[in-house]
Design a protein around this ligand. Sequence first.
Ligand SMILES: Cc1cc2nc3c(=O)[nH]c(=O)nc-3n(C[C@H](O)[C@H](O)[C@H](O)COP(=O)(O)O)c2cc1C
Length: 170
Amino acid sequence: MTQSIDVGLWREAMGGFLSGITVVTTRGEAGVAGTAVNAFSAVSQDPPLLLVCLDRKSRSLDAIRKSGILAVNILSNAHMDVVRRFAAKSEDDRFRDVDFFDGVTGAPVLAESVAWFDCEVHALHDGGDHEIVVGRVLDLGSNKNAAPLAYHRGNIWCLDAGAATPEQRS
Ligand SMILES: Cc1cc2nc3c(=O)[nH]c(=O)nc-3n(C[C@H](O)[C@H](O)[C@H](O)COP(=O)(O)O)c2cc1C
């Protein structure tokens, strides 16, 4: 039996968790695809596994299922302007003006990421209205000097040299 909870309280409570922001990408027959994701975690070092949780309605999830590949890009302050675009339903050209190169799997790796992980799909698990995608990392990169973006209560912050700068919200 599914126990009902207060959805507003659920969102408020989960919104209190400070996370980084990633863009999860893939490449399939329809070309490149990608979406903003903060449900990301390391899983295993040996073998190297990570996970992301994607809404079952996500077009990117559908593309990842078909292609069997994904890249997880940890966003930096260079990506402040593109986060909302990678989350907007109405945006068809999310990669506009975004520098990227092809990883070994063919998935797009965003330039200036704090770190990136190029993966093949290792497993897909039931996650309720989301699906848990476990990726096996085939290649990775790190730019330890890049300042990461953070997400908290719907706000995007740049963690730069110890100071947090919020985005300008319209
Ligand atoms: C900061 C941020 C984090 C997000 N995290 C997730 C997430 O972890 N999983 C998810 O399914 N959607 C997440 N979203 C929402 C998706 O980016 C959004 O629904 C997007 O339109 C899905 O695109 P798609 O259908 O092309 O895959 C997040 C959005 C933002 C702005």
